[in-house]
Design a protein around this ligand. Structure first.
Ligand code: SF4
Ligand code: SF4
Length: 367
């Protein structure tokens, strides 16, 4: 792994020893969205949900204070493309931080806007790795119905195909969230996407209780069974190279692939009977910035706000080093906090010594 904007030694030391700077952030750039999914955590009924988004100027200031180890930002929402200045926001991260990659989570309802974003950003920085996570959870009609958006499924496929043609640095991937709505039809959905629509980059996540969404208890077993089937199918097809989520010729690609497999195994063990497996590094290697500029360790601990950027001169690292963050990190470790939140699990795996032998073996093609 060659880092272009920071030193590899510094980043590895931060990941495995110091754990004082974020290596990945999820930035909710807006709460606005043109869809209305039944499982969404956003409270669309509350008029305050959409107010006081960070301005571009505030984001410029915030990105100037993100430490020297940041490798990735995930621009999400709401629907991030609801912000007309999303290209400018991404450029602020590229100019002011050490990121190597940008991840954009989108409902893909606006294919042309996504395409222009990809063109502009790769023109601006031809080395940046751009991944677009396109959410598709069901067969065409049901997908449109659950998300309450006409023609959405077709727009998702169009977005995927447009991006797929755009070059090696641009990676569209379809992400299926297994929920109480689709768990009975997961095989049909996967096969339709993979065989009929020709999608060859597919990931999956497990729906979480978050915000206003709560999983119906009687559906949890079925949700887990569907998730087990889907992750096994993706794993098998990754081995036969029918599904290519990462570049298996690069060390980084093989590392990520192994990290996904380890994360699926952990989630399967924790979903029905929550249990602690290894320490979570939310609040140290990983964090969240809300659309209004509040900083959290993760999406789940909504009552553990670490600080408000607007009350801290937009200085993220000031919040990351404050007493509240130190206390929250201690709480996370002491309480053996655990959950199935995939983003945080990724940094749990990357930041723990116990997983290093398996990751190293995968990186070096020894397993
Ligand atoms: S597309 Fe995403 S943000 Fe929009 S309503 Fe659905 S889950 Fe919520
Ligand atoms: S284990 Fe889950 S809830 Fe706890 S800090 Fe990590 S991501 Fe947040």
């Amino acid at each position: 792994m060659i880092l272009k904007k920071t030193s590899l030694t510094k980043v590895v030391k931060n990941i495995l020893i110091d754990r004082k700077e974020p290596i990945s952030l999820v930035h909710f750039v807006t709460n606005r969205c043109n869809a209305r999914c039944s499982f969404c955590f956003i409270d669309f009924e509350d008029p305050k949900t959409f107010s006081h988004e960070l301005t571009l100027n505030e984001i410029d200031n915030l990105t100037k204070n993100l430490g020297g180890s940041l490798l990735n930002v995930n621009l999400t929402g709401g629907e991030p493309f609801a912000r007309k200045d999303l290209i400018e926001i991404a450029k602020k991260y590229l100019i002011n931080t050490t990121i190597q990659s940008i991840y954009v989570t989108t409902n893909a309802s606006l294919p042309e806007r996504v395409k222009i974003f990809a063109e502009e950003i790769t023109k601006f920085d031809d080395k940046v790795e751009l991944t677009f996570q396109i959410s598709i959870d069901d067969m065409p009609e049901k997908h449109n119905k659950v998300r309450k958006l006409k023609n959405l499924f077709n727009n998702c496929i169009e977005t995927y195909r447009l991006l797929k043609k755009m070059g090696d640095n641009i990676n569209p991937v379809v992400s299926i969230t297994v929920t109480h709505e689709n768990c009975d039809n997961i095989k049909e959905i996967f096969n339709y996407l993979h065989k009929d629509c020709g999608i060859d980059a597919i990931k999956c996540t497990l729906v979480r209780d978050e915000g206003v969404y709560k999983t119906p208890i009687d559906k949890k077993k079925k949700i887990l069974q569907a998730y087990e089937w889907l992750t096994n199918e993706i794993k098998e097809k990754m081995q036969s190279k029918e599904i290519v989520n990462y570049n298996s010729n690069s060390i980084q690609g093989r590392l990520h692939q192994k990290k996904d497999i380890l994360s699926w195994e952990m989630i399967k063990k924790m979903y029905l009977d929550p249990k602690y497996i290894s320490p979570c590094h939310a609040g140290s290697l990983f964090g969240i910035i809300s659309s209004k500029g509040k900083v959290y360790p993760c999406e789940i601990l909504e009552n553990k706000e670490l600080g408000d950027l607007r009350k801290n001169e937009m200085n993220f690292m000031k919040i990351w080093n404050n007493q509240k963050t130190k206390d929250t990190k201690k709480y996370i470790l002491d309480s053996k906090c655990n959950c199935t939140y995939e983003c945080a699990l990724s940094y749990n795996i990357l930041g723990n010594w116990r997983y290093q032998p398996k990751l190293a073996a995968a990186a070096l093609k020894l397993n």
